[in-house]
Ligand binder design. Structure first.
Ligand code: AMP
Ligand code: ZN
Length: 115
């Protein structure tokens, strides 16, 4: 995990615009937003990808969805709706190998998800 950029964000070695933090989970604005609101939600535990989730991580992943729900309330896009995306592996387009949940909000998104 030494050169994982998201682990460095967790440690404060790389700055981020935080929107939520607790003992297990951190959320911050994506540096290159594709929607008016684009937030990444990560676990503080380094899990490389969705494909690396272990049985003991399943409660944590559930909590991440709870945090996403809370963020949507706090930033007031819950009512309008939003999209959550997890890219996994090479075909999924994952570039940062630390499991992260993209929240895309603030505009009406297209219906095609396979672009
Ligand atoms: P993915 O393609 O699913 O691995 O997405 C990685 C995301 O991380 C991209 O949307 C990047 O814009 C974002 N990203 C990379 N470096 C940073 C950073 N230092 N702070 C915030 N977001 C970042
Ligand atoms: Zn990491």
């Amino acid at each position: 995990m030494g050169d994982c950029i998201f682990c460095k964000i967790i440690k404060g070695e790389i700055p981020s615009k935080k929107v939520y933090e607790d003992e297990e989970i951190l959320a911050f604005h994506d540096i290159n937003p594709v929607t008016p609101i684009h937030i990444l939600v990560i676990s503080k535990k380094h899990i490389a990808s969705l494909a690396d989730i272990q049985k003991e991580d399943e409660v944590l992943v559930g909590k991440i969805y709870g945090v996403i729900n809370k963020i949507s309330e706090d930033l007031e896009f819950k009512k309008d709706g939003y999209r959550v995306i997890v890219n996994c592996g090479e075909n999924g387009g994952q570039e940062v190998m630390h499991l992260h949940f993209h929240i895309l909000a603030g505009k009406k998104l297209g219906t095609k998800i396979n672009s």
